[in-house]
Ligand binder design. Structure first.
Ligand SMILES: *[C@@H]1O[C@H](CO)[C@@H](O)[C@H](O)[C@H]1NC(C)=O
Ligand SMILES: *[C@@H]1O[C@H](CO)[C@@H](O)[C@H](O)[C@H]1NC(C)=O
Ligand SMILES: *[C@@H]1O[C@H](CO)[C@@H](O)[C@H](O)[C@H]1NC(C)=O
Ligand SMILES: *[C@@H]1O[C@H](CO)[C@@H](O)[C@H](O)[C@H]1NC(C)=O
Ligand SMILES: *[C@@H]1O[C@H](CO)[C@@H](O)[C@H](O)[C@H]1NC(C)=O
Ligand SMILES: *[C@@H]1O[C@H](CO)[C@@H](O)[C@H](O)[C@H]1NC(C)=O
Ligand SMILES: *[C@@H]1O[C@H](CO)[C@@H](O)[C@H](O)[C@H]1NC(C)=O
Ligand SMILES: *[C@@H]1O[C@H](CO)[C@@H](O)[C@H](O)[C@H]1NC(C)=O
Ligand SMILES: *[C@@H]1O[C@H](CO)[C@@H](O)[C@H](O)[C@H]1NC(C)=O
Ligand SMILES: CC(=O)N[C@H]1CO[C@H](CO)[C@@H](O)[C@@H]1O
Ligand SMILES: [Cu+2]
Length: 584
């Protein structure tokens, strides 16, 4: 560690402001939370990753405090349409890319930095909008990138700037929220440096594992809604860090180099449109230290289940013989959690000094893959919720798949609380809020949550055999419990955990089951909650929570969205392609 780095950290740490800018001034809290902070000055190093800078560490309650650095990191992202691209697995296909690659550039920042991201839509015939998955956008709701909810899509040929503070740290990703467009490749990673709950030597960075289809997401989504079409398509490949061999024998395996004897931090991300994976590395274990953007008490796993949208920060210790090892992504045999035509998708983890051109030889023990979320994920910063309040104030949201006539045919629609969402790109709910107009269409699926700083309770019941990865914008959800069938308050309340349960931003709701989740109304704004299977949200599986609507205008300038909305409405009036799904 260089002296310059040390001095910079020291100065930044000493100057770090102790009060988080809070536009709701009546609620500004000036009291520092008591932290188990280091007795010695706290610096992040391989010997102590729990430290960050003096006064800031893994125990800091990051929901309430941020080490504001006054650093702004700037990125330019350009989204283009490429009719034939073979840069992933060697098979040419139509894509939409960010700065010409898949995944797009990693947005990297330190905890407490601000980012300013200029997004230019260089597509000819699609809008776009970029959502920063897992970032709460507290007091910056207009930056959430959920078109039809918090903004209008960015029309072709124009640029919009997203600017926000990194209140959280860890691993995330960003993606288009314009229909199923992210399935065409409009995806990138977020890496926010901060403390960690276990030590490591080397940060290997983000490692996305994703399904990959040779047809376009637009065509697949349109086809998969028809009842005579059969189940959603198999993915044609699974990419590891953007690459893999293909079914015809071309392409190449992704290869990651490990330093013998060292501990490596790997930031796993599942940016799929449909698939879930159970991950394993032959001969090695994963020490899991974060689930989504929430640091957890370190827990060791031989295999790790990761549904669409989720992330895991894991530490891999290179303590085996020097050699090449398979890193496998196993799919559930039920087919309910996605399917692929590729046999045993895998990547290579290679120790320095191992033979360069040899494939690993040990296939490892077969992995028993299911569709259920990991358990035993205990957040480092504990949060508990009041059990008594749950029974009095719980809400039900039932999910059901229905068939609706569509010309001569019929199409699937995913309903939640009896309505499939259908947002209007040119009329985001934030615009209604600015106008004080509460007469949005029923299919905006708006749920108003007005009371400030209270827990809200949601029991989501699943009327289908299919599991759904449920993602909430604007908050981490507390997962109180999961069970089969219908939720029965008399029989099931005792099974719920209110004492520091798992918190994260995507939870897997199993088929024919219920989940009980909770979140606190500490973030005025419009926040989507949706299934992260692209086909399901396209076909309606989403609501938008309108939280503390009367306070939103005190936290963000709602006029900010208007120039882009005006440009979008002008474009949409003569657009080549019409909107053909929920818009999300
Ligand atoms: C950031 O700027 C604020 C306001 O100018 C200042 O009070 C604070 O000390 C600065 N923090 C750092 C780490 O430079
Ligand atoms: C972004 O683009 C602008 C305008 O072309 C340019 O001035 C700036 O240097 C670019 N910034 C980065 C970080 O690439
Ligand atoms: C992408 O290019 C193809 C082929 O040139 C064209 O048909 C399609 O409309 C374009 N899509 C967008 C969104 O620009
Ligand atoms: C986006 O572009 C694709 C072609 O690239 C097209 O199939 C689709 O309909 C377009 N969607 C919208 C809403 O413009
Ligand atoms: C992922 O790929 C990028 C670009 O090729 C590379 O720089 C990075 O090291 C790779 N990450 C891992 C964990 O292998
Ligand atoms: C891992 O992938 C390799 C290469 O496809 C395969 O031979 C091996 O059987 C797989 N192992 C597991 C545990 O899935
Ligand atoms: C579900 O929809 C009904 C009818 O629109 C509404 O009265 C009810 O409040 C909704 N449920 C929730 C939890 O918002
Ligand atoms: C509210 O917005 C809707 C949809 O744009 C519009 O039809 C209606 O007239 C507006 N209501 C008021 C009171 O402005
Ligand atoms: C609770 O479960 C028992 C056994 O499964 C069942 O007989 C009983 O009806 C359930 N209670 C309620 C209130 O549904
Ligand atoms: C809302 C809803 O459809 N709930 C169903 C969820 O699944 C169980 C078991 O299949 C059914 O009993 C519920 O009716
Ligand atoms: Cu779903």
């Amino acid at each position: 560690m260089g002296l310059k780095w040390f001095m910079t950290s020291l100065v930044a740490g000493l100057m770090a402001s102790t009060v988080v800018a809070n536009p709701l001034s009546s609620r500004t809290s000036t009291t520092r939370h008591k932290k188990r902070s280091c007795v010695k000055p706290c610096f992040n190093s391989p010997e102590d990753r729990s430290c960050w800078t003096p006064g800031w560490d893994i125990h800091t309650n990051f929901e309430e405090e941020v080490p504001i650095t006054n650093v702004t990191r700037t990125y330019n992202l350009s989204i283009t349409n490429v009719t034939s691209w073979d840069g992933a697995d060697g098979v040419a296909k139509p894509v939409m890319l960010i700065n010409g690659g898949f995944p797009g550039p990693t947005i990297e920042a330190d905890w407490g930095d601000e980012v300013e991201i200029h997004v230019t839509n260089n597509l000819q015939h699609n809008g776009t909008s970029l959502h920063w998955h897992g970032i709460w956008q507290k007091y910056t709701n207009t930056m959430d990138g959920a078109n039809g909810c918090t903004e209008c899509p960015i029309p072709p040929g124009t640029t919009r700037t997203y600017k926000f503070l990194m209140r959280q740290y860890g691993t995330g990703w960003y993606h288009s929220h314009f229909s199923a467009q992210y399935g065409n490749g409009v995806v990138g990673m977020l890496k926010i440096n901060g403390p960690a709950s276990a030590n490591y030597d080397v940060d290997l960075g983000p490692y996305p594992i994703t399904d990959w289809y040779y047809d376009t997401a637009d065509r697949l989504e349109r086809a998969s809604q028809f009842s005579d079409h059969g189940p959603p398509p198999d993915s044609d490949n699974v990419l590891f860090n953007g690459t893999h061999v293909n079914a015809e024998g071309g392409g190449r395996y992704a290869k990651t180099v490990l330093t013998p004897g060292k501990k490596h931090l790997l930031r796993l991300v599942n940016p799929s449109v449909d698939n879930t994976f159970t991950l394993s590395l032959v001969g090695h274990k994963f020490t899991v230290i974060a689930a989504d953007f929430v640091p957890i008490e370190p827990v060791e796993k031989d295999t790790l289940f990761m549904t669409t949208g989720q992330r895991y920060d894991v530490i891999i210790e290179a303590d085996q013989e020097i050699g090449n090892y398979w890193f496998n992504a196993t799919l559930a045999s039920s087919g309910m959690c996605g399917t692929t035509v590729i046999d045993h998708p895998a990547a290579i983890f290679s120790y320095e000094g191992a033979p360069e051109d040899e494939l690993p030889t040990d296939p490892g023990a077969p992995v028993d893959a299911g569709c259920a979320d990991e358990t035993d994920l205990v957040p480092v910063v504990p949060k508990s919720a009041p059990r008594d309040d749950f029974l009095a104030h719980k809400n039900y949201l039932d999910v059901a798949v229905t068939l609706q006539p569509y010309g001569e045919k019929s199409v699937y629609r995913w309903k939640i609380n009896d309505s499939d969402i259908d947002i209007e790109w040119g009329r985001p709910i934030l615009e209604y809020v600015r106008e004080g107009n509460y007469s949005w269409p029923r299919q905006a699926n708006v749920i108003e949550v007005e009371e400030a700083n209270v827990w809200t309770w949601w029991i989501i019941e699943n009327g289908s055999r299919m599991p759904h990865p449920m993602h909430l914008h604007g908050h981490d959800t507390m997962l109180l419990g999961v069970g089969a069938g219908e939720f029965d308050p008399a029989n099931h309340t005792d099974l719920l955990n209110f004492d520091n349960p798992t918190r994260r931003d995507v939870v897997q709701m199993p088929g024919s089951s219920w989940i009980a989740i909770a979140w606190r109304t500490d973030n005025p704004g419009v926040h989507l909650m949706h299934c992260h299977i692209a086909w399901h949200v396209s076909q309606g599986l989403s609501v938008q929570f309108l939280e503390r609507s009367s306070e939103i205008a005190q936290t963000v300038d709602l006029h900010e969205i208007e120039p882009n909305c005006a440009a979008w409405r002008e474009y949409e009036a003569t657009a080549v392609y019409p909107k053909h799904d929920s818009g999300l």
